[in-house]
Design a binder for this molecule. Structure first.
Ligand code: UD1
Length: 378
């Protein structure tokens, strides 16, 4: 463990220990780290749990999103949910004590989010949860368990869409702890949009200007279940006959393709172009110019919403219902007929319905930091 020396909290400044673990966390924390820099009264510490560790899943995002190097990397790596969560907890506790955190700030819904929130809550340290209140109402998703438990023990809950307010109200979370601030993932998207527009990913992938689709898949419900993965693949085999599909493959998905012996099916569908995970700026450019996106991701439902690109979500539910309400997102599950019918519908619609959700305006991090500073004065 790299325990870089940083003085403990005798400074009188608000010390916020920020936690990141997995790829979507980095995109969210980028907005907050940039905002902290504007406030000398904040002393921020960045802890990377090491849940994601490949260069393409982690380090390259730090560089592109101009996130400072983590003060500490807990280097937990992979493992079962229990092992990964427990390992983060064990390694995070001494760190949070050493830094004398006033607040531990966690983002999203990954195992690292819950693990660090739980450590802080038990030590009596205030927990701030960014992206609170989202619910898929599907407890087979590991993220749903992480979201429910993190919110339950958080002191400050920062919500990105209206459904989150309602969910927290229904769960009896006191409303004075809940703040509707908008979406930090969209802060990052808007901040880096111009830079992303300069990416030459189209040239590198030899995309010649014709329509293409972008695909991402990594959730256990789509790739750990061989039946679901095969059903999705059946739809993709049909789609790739009319349009190339760019598919940056997540490490977990790569493992499943091998273990389910799906390589030969991909090989006989040359329109599905499997590539390594793609950096943030390239991926934003690739999505922005796509005819449509097929995905089981959470964040991509939000990013396509702001980019105005149709998103076909390969899940039965979403914790981000606003993206369906505004019209960019369609939930189809893993049934090939439903996927194909949504695909045809998108092709038949030249105009995407689009209304950017309230407060997805690039200023969510600003609101969060302002709120944390105000709460400190109370
Ligand atoms: C995790 C989050 C998920 C999030 C996703 C984004 C949980 C429960 N899941 O899922 O919510 O949407 O991140 O990507 O926290 N691996 C590598 N290299 C890496 C990272 C992972 O090879 O850099 C391998 C791991 O060894 C493991 C597999 O990929 O075998 C899954 O990684 P893990 O972090 O457990 O979960 P994700 O599927 O990435």
């Amino acid at each position: 463990m790299n325990m870089m020396e940083k003085k403990t909290n005798a400074s009188g400044r608000l010390r916020i220990v920020n936690v990141v673990g997995a790829r979507p966390n980095f995109i969210k924390i980028a907005a907050l780290m940039a905002e902290y820099k504007k406030h000398p009264e904040i002393d921020s510490v960045l802890v990377h749990t090491g849940q994601h560790y490949d260069v393409k899943m982690s380090q390259s995002l730090f560089e592109q999103l101009q996130i400072p190097d983590p003060d500490i990397n807990l280097e937990v790596g992979g493992g079962s949910h229990a092992v990964q969560t427990a390992e983060v907890m064990k390694r995070f506790e001494p760190v949070v004590l050493k830094y004398e955190a006033d607040v531990v700030l966690v983002v999203g819904d990954v195992n690292s989010t819950l693990a660090c929130a739980l450590v802080a809550a038990k030590l009596g340290i205030k927990v701030a949860h960014v992206e609170a209140g989202l619910r898929s109402f599907d407890r087979t998703m590991p993220e749903e368990i992480n979201r429910l438990l993190t919110d339950r023990i958080s002191d400050y809950l920062f919500v990105s869409e209206a459904a989150g307010l309602e969910n927290l109200r229904n769960e009896g979370i006191p409303k004075e702890n809940v703040f509707y601030v908008g979406n930090v993932m969209i802060d990052t998207l808007l901040r880096f949009r111009e830079l992303a527009a300069k990416s030459d990913i189209h040239r590198r992938l030899s995309l010649d200007g014709a329509d293409y689709a972008v695909l991402t898949l990594h959730r256990p419900s789509s790739v750990d279940d061989p039946g679901a993965f095969r059903r999705i693949l059946t739809a993709l085999e049909a789609i790739q006959r009319s349009m190339p599909i760019m598919f940056p493959v997540h490490p977990r998905t790569r493992q499943r393709i091998d273990s389910f012996n799906l390589g030969p099916r991909f090989a006989s569908a040359p329109g599905i172009r499997l590539v390594e995970p793609i950096g943030y700026l390239d991926f934003m450019r690739l999505m922005a110019d796509a005819r449509l996106v097929l995905s089981d991701s959470g964040g991509i439902q939000e990013e396509t919403c702001v980019l105005g690109v149709p998103c076909i979500t390969l899940r039965e539910n979403t914790e981000r219902p606003i993206t369906v309400e505004v019209g960019t997102n369609t939930l189809v599950g893993t049934c090939p007929e439903r996927i194909l019918s949504a695909f045809k519908q998108v092709l038949g619609n030249s105009q995407v319905m689009r209304r950017v959700p309230d407060l997805w305006d690039g200023h969510a991090a600003e609101r969060i930091v302002r709120t944390l500073l105000e709460l400190r004065r109370l």
